[in-house]
Design a protein around this ligand. Structure first.
Ligand code: PEP
Ligand code: MG
Length: 528
């Protein structure tokens, strides 16, 4: 018998509508066979190996670059002797495998929770995920599969479990959770509706629900008429997304037929899988920090050349703008970036590249070789003064001369710059750049002295405030007068409410995350 209809309210972490059977994650009772006879050290090793194997298999199945990145992080952690040392010590003093593993993971968790670096704080969920996976391995327990299309009710859900699930129109309702978590990010990028922060509710007798992640409500055991009205809304939403798909294939134009270039931002060639190049006007930003990071090492010249080549092949003749390494601050590369008290104001971007001329020359060489394969241009992040851009140009000249003297196929590419440091934006006419790309994420944080990783400062990071619009407008004005190409590739370009203001400032080129393409084109079509 089904229970009485119940409305449970939460907060939307990923928008959309879903309908399906309820699946209560906390009801999963994992049978734990006793394995007391086994050597605890061997049991732990076997569980670690099994966990690594499971995660590696998941990486193979995952197309999403961010998701792969977090899974690769988990494998690196499971192989890290520093993490395992407390477990080995506990085993020596007679602990069983579970206890030893808990000891190690708790110590690591404590360090991550206390870390100054937000990158590590954000990785606590990954540690919890690894903790559970290895404990299951020690128990020899098999995790049940979440049924396809289910609405999962839980306190929280670990990212790898999300990736293992076939969502097929299902959704998630959590009593815990955070809109800034990896899980929420994955749910948004996969279009899986998700609510967080619902109150706990009595699930007795309930087996089905509608998830309305537009009005932030989980409707449990819906009445027939509520179900009918919801089905009509789901149908309408499907039709809307179909017509926005058609819009996505057309070049963007305002109502008065002003063409606006809409390009995409990527961090990994894998993000291009399944994406039709016809939906965009090329790639406006390739962030190479992730592309060039294989666990802790930087890709060599051949590896980089192959990666850039794959991106140019996908673009099939459309322009591609690759940014040189912007390592540092919120994009650390272990073994390369420096530990600094205030990393956002530290040795990041072009500052770090110029301090490591060999690594930088390798990247410039790979880029010059790739430029022979298609319309590639290159831009430099975090430029503050003209001397930095000139130092890059001098290094590039050496690289080009070296390639020419060895008879290696290459092409001189246009050298542009990100405009994201206020000092550069305010003296833009002093830079000899071939083109400009405005990085509103950093520009806003530096202009307003409000760290981009602190959501509590959202009011100060408002992109439409006069100071921000004034600086962007001045850069666009100068570029338009000088006949230089100017685009904006920060998150502001992906916010439909900001699009009219950017076009009014004279911008005719935007670059946004692939998921935002359609909504930005729709917003442009509404601009008078
Ligand atoms: C920016 O700062 O707006 C930008 C696009 O660069 P990133 O977000 O990679 O710092
Ligand atoms: Mg930036």
């Amino acid at each position: 018998m089904s229970g009485l209809m119940l409305h449970v309210h939460g907060t939307v972490a990923s928008p959309g509508l879903a309908e399906g059977p309820l699946y209560f994650l906390e009801d999963e009772m994992i049978a734990a066979p006793t394995r007391a006879h086994e050597d605890p050290g061997l049991a732990l090793e076997a569980a670690l190996a099994r966990a690594i194997g499971e995660i590696a298999a998941l990486i193979e199945l995952t197309a999403d670059a961010d998701a792969k990145d977090l899974l690769e992080f988990q494998i690196a952690m499971l192989e890290d002797e520093t993490l395992l040392a407390p477990a080995r010590a506990a085993l020596l003093s007679g602990a069983d495998a579970k206890h030893a593993w808990e000891t190690a993971i708790q110590q690591q968790l404590a360090q991550f929770i206390d870390a100054d670096d937000p990158y590590f704080r954000a990785r606590c969920a990954d540690l919890e995920d690894m903790r559970e996976r290895v404990l299951r391995g020690i128990d020899g327990a098999v995790q049940r599969r979440i049924p396809p299309g289910a609405i999962v009710v839980a306190r929280d859900l670990v990212p790898s479990r999300f990736l293992e699930t076939d969502w097929q129109g299902g959704g998630i309702a959590l009593t815990g959770g955070s809109a800034k978590s990896h899980l929420a990010m994955l749910a948004r990028s996969r279009g899986v509706p998700m609510l967080i922060g619902t109150p706990a509710w009595d699930s007795t007798g309930h087996s089905e629900a509608l998830l309305d992640a537009e009005t932030a409500t989980l409707i449990v055991s819906p009445d027939p008429e509520v179900r009918l009205a919801f089905a009509a809304r789901m149908k309408q939403a499907r039709q809307d997304s179909l017509s926005s798909t058609e819009l996505g294939l057309r070049p963007a134009k305002t109502r008065s037929q002003v063409p606006i270039k809409v390009q995409i931002n990527i961090a990994d060639a894998r993000e291009l899988q399944g994406l039709d190049p016809e939906r965009c006007d090329g790639i406006g930003l390739v962030r190479t920090e992730l592309l060039l990071r294989t666990r802790s090492a930087l890709l060599d010249e051949e590896g980089q050349f192959a990666a850039y080549g794959a991106i140019l092949r996908w673009a099939g003749g459309k322009p591609v703008t690759i940014r040189t390494l912007d390592a540092g601050s919120d994009k650390p590369i272990p073994g390369y970036t420096l530990e600094e008290g205030n990393p956002f104001l530290g040795t990041r971007g072009v500052r770090l590249s110029l301090a490591n001329p060999e690594i930088f020359s390798t990247q410039l060489r790979a880029l010059a070789r790739a430029a022979a394969l298609g319309p590639l241009r290159v831009m430099v992040p975090m430029v503050t003064v003209p001397e930095e851009l000139e130092a890059v140009r001098a290094l590039l000249e050496d690289v080009l001369a070296g390639l020419a003297s060895r008879g290696v196929a290459h092409r001189r590419f246009e050298l542009g710059m990100m405009v994201e440091v206020p000092a550069a934006a305010l003296t833009i006419e002093t830079f000899q750049a071939a083109f400009f790309s405005i990085g509103s994420n950093d520009l806003i944080q530096y202009l307003c002295a409000a760290s981009r990783d602190l959501s509590g400062l959202a009011a100060l990071q408002e992109p439409l405030q006069p100071a921000v619009l004034g600086v962007i407008g001045a850069v666009v004005d100068y570029a338009n007068r000088a006949g230089l190409d100017v685009s904006l590739c920060g998150d502001m370009a992906a916010e439909p409410r900001c699009v009219p203001a950017l076009i009014a400032l004279g911008l005719r080129s935007l670059s946004v995350a692939p998921v935002a393409l359609e909504r930005v084109k729709a917003a442009i079509a509404e601009v008078p």
